[in-house]
Design a binder for this molecule. Structure first.
Ligand code: PMP
Length: 407
């Protein structure tokens, strides 16, 4: 099997030198969080060691340098997504970004307006809209998804045309099943209707590296930790006029022009959405992650992930009693499956004894699990640092686990 240049890249990730219970780590949980290359770890360490200062506050050299480095990363993610720096807001993650957007767009929602979501959504792209609906009297409707968990595009487009939603908020790729949704087609249908489009890119930033000008969405949210960056950091892109028109969500220092007891005036976006001391070290670390990714050829990473994914699908499909959920033809390299009536928890626990890290459960998508008529799945999720050996180890451990359960 040709492992391509990604084999070398694995050496950039120190975690793979770690042994758990004397077994090398077989990490198949990148949809939960990706591993970090030493460039990211080093950047965070160096920041605290020799550059640490608060940003936007001091005239002293260290603070000025920290501010420049911090703001440069806004430029990097903007370049990565092909948008303008002022259209990027830093948050603590995709969850915070979706809350900010749903809260802000509530101002535009009225009784009876439709917020269109899909049954595939992560809870972070459901609950903020439920709260917005409660506040405004808007109602949530759902795009059609079949019994396998696949979005039905033709009917979805027809539904958009008939419901004329005020907001469409969907995931680019499902965290539970890995399906890639044709969000470009959905956004296209929304354009004719002035529907505001929000794309949950938590699972797509790394794997699909989207060009947002091409995608033409109004908002796109992401988490740094799912794209090699540190945890506790994420952000959002917002089309500038729309973004700047959103109301302040959280308030405090740094986001103001003037404050007095008769009133406060706010800075324009993105500053008005970034009160308080930000996650400076996280941003610096994410900058290193973006540099690392931008130096690599995205296509070859994607092809490598897809080749591993296809092997995984083939080998899993050959095992009697395995049921794979979702769309295996358009997928970011995440596979969700069940084995007969066995509980996903038992399988994952036994796999863990082989040093295999997979996720089991509802993956924060309880409505999707209810739609599929199951409680949860085992989820194996890949990234470019995985290799063929990981797949072999996983399949061998799974077969072993199954024979144990069948005894
Ligand atoms: N949306 C999707 C599709 C996700 O996978 C996740 C994380 N699992 C989130 C939103 C929330 O991201 P975070 O926990 O990093 O805020």
């Amino acid at each position: 099997m040709n492992e391509n240049p990604c084999t070398q890249l694995r050496h950039d990730f120190p975690i793979f030198e770690v042994s758990l219970d004397d077994q090398p780590l077989c990490y198949l949980d990148s949809a939960a969080t990706t591993q970090k290359p030493h460039q990211v770890i080093q950047a965070v360490k160096e920041f605290y060691q020799s550059q640490n200062a608060n940003v936007h506050r001091g005239l002293h050299t260290l603070s000025e340098q920290a501010t420049i480095a911090y703001e440069a990363v806004r430029g990097k993610i903007a370049q990565f997504l092909n948008v303008q720096s002022r259209e990027i807001v830093w948050t603590s993650g995709a969850t915070a970004s979706l809350n900010l957007i749903a809260y802000g767009l509530s101002e535009r929602l009225n009784e009876g307006d439709v917020i269109l979501l899909s049954p595939l959504e992560h809870h972070a792209n459901i609950i903020p809209w439920q709260l917005a609906a409660q506040r405004t009297g808007a109602r949530i409707e759902l795009l059609p998804v079949d019994t396998q968990g696949i979005l039905q595009l033709k009917q979805a487009k027809a539904l958009i045309a008939s419901l004329k939603p005020k907001v469409l908020s969907v995931c680019h790729a499902s965290n539970a099943l890995g399906n890639i949704n044709d969000v470009a087609a959905l956004i296209g249908s929304c354009k004719k209707l002035d529907t505001i489009t929000v794309i949950d890119g938590a699972q797509s930033l790394l794997h699909l590296r989207p060009d947002l000008q091409q995608l033409d969405c109004d908002f796109y949210v992401f988490s740094a930790h799912k794209a090699l960056g540190p945890t506790g950091l994420g952000g959002l892109y917002g089309r500038y006029e729309l973004l700047n028109a959103l109301p302040v969500y959280q308030s405090g220092g740094e986001m103001i022009d003037t404050v007095s007891f008769t009133g406060t005036t706010f800075r324009p976006a993105p500053e008005k959405f970034e009160p308080g001391t930000p996650n400076i070290a996280g941003v610096i670390g994410f900058g290193a992650a973006l540099e690392y990714l931008m130096a690599l050829e995205h296509d070859s990473l994607f092809q490598h992930e897809q080749a591993l994914y296809r092997t995984l699908v083939e080998q899993l499909s050959d095992i009697d009693g395995i049921r794979i959920w979702g769309d295996t033809t358009h997928n970011v390299g995440t596979i969700s499956f069940s084995y007969k009536k066995e509980h996903h928890y038992d399988l994952a626990t036994l796999l863990n004894t082989h040093g295999i890290a997979v996720r089991s459960g509802h993956h924060c998508t309880q409505p999707l699990m209810a739609h599929l008529g199951i409680e949860g799945t085992i989820r194996v999720s890949l990234a470019f640092y995985n290799n063929h050996q990981d797949i072999c180890r996983f399949i061998a451990a799974l077969k072993d686990t199954i024979s144990l359960l069948e005894e």
